[in-house]
Design a protein around this ligand. Sequence first.
Ligand SMILES: Nc1nc2c(c(=O)[nH]1)N[C@H]1C(S)=C(S)[C@@H](COP(=O)(O)O)O[C@H]1N2
Ligand SMILES: [Mo]
Length: 221
Amino acid sequence: MIKAIDEIFKTALSRPCDKLVYKRELPPNQKIIPRFIIYDVYDPPKDPDLFNYRLRVTGVVENNIEIPYVDLLTKAPCMDLVADFHCVTGWSVLNVTWRGVPTRYVIDMAKPKGNYVMAVGIDGYTTNLPLSTLLEKTTIIAYAMNGKILPREHGFPLRLVVPSRYGWKSAKYLSELIVMDSNEAGYWELLGYHDNGDPWLEERFSEGNPVTMRRRVRVVR
Ligand SMILES: Nc1nc2c(c(=O)[nH]1)N[C@H]1C(S)=C(S)[C@@H](COP(=O)(O)O)O[C@H]1N2
Ligand SMILES: [Mo]
């Protein structure tokens, strides 16, 4: 019999995890704010069926991988990561604690044959990253934030967390990592955001006019 989801959450939050701190100076031209601003360019997804929710690694891989959400929370290696979060629009939130699975763990299982990855959310959001960025040990697939199961507005059930890049690379509602043999642009990258997005190099926008429109801000509570 499958355990009730509350039991699974309890196990996921209480089991011991490796700890990593990603601490760097504040990137240039960022302002510290106390709480995240919620962004959703698409409507946030309806509550998924957690017992059927899977993370997939597909594309140019030796093995197509599908890992059940429940297994990620209870069986996969886990990591507590403390990192600052930097949005390209200029705000930063310091010392966020995430709990999740090192991305490297799921990527290695798939045996990638290409050097680029598209991260895809169930809402339709996409963002592209070099494979090497997903293999960084501080890049994780988070299922908890600040000691609690990931809140809906922050990407429940799974979200990518990439502390070495601006926040738009941290795709919420993550469902799939597609390995590609050539680089393709995701949602914001197509609209002119920088391909790489390193906050310490201020890689905000690519050549030409910065595209800052089409932001939708959602206010919670
Ligand atoms: N699915 C999805 N993920 C997303 C976005 C989005 O619109 N949809 N926005 C990105 C941007 S620009 C930022 S700054 C962060 C914001 O995270 P938050 O909504 O948890 O505050 O999510 C990133 N991931
Ligand atoms: Mo952002």
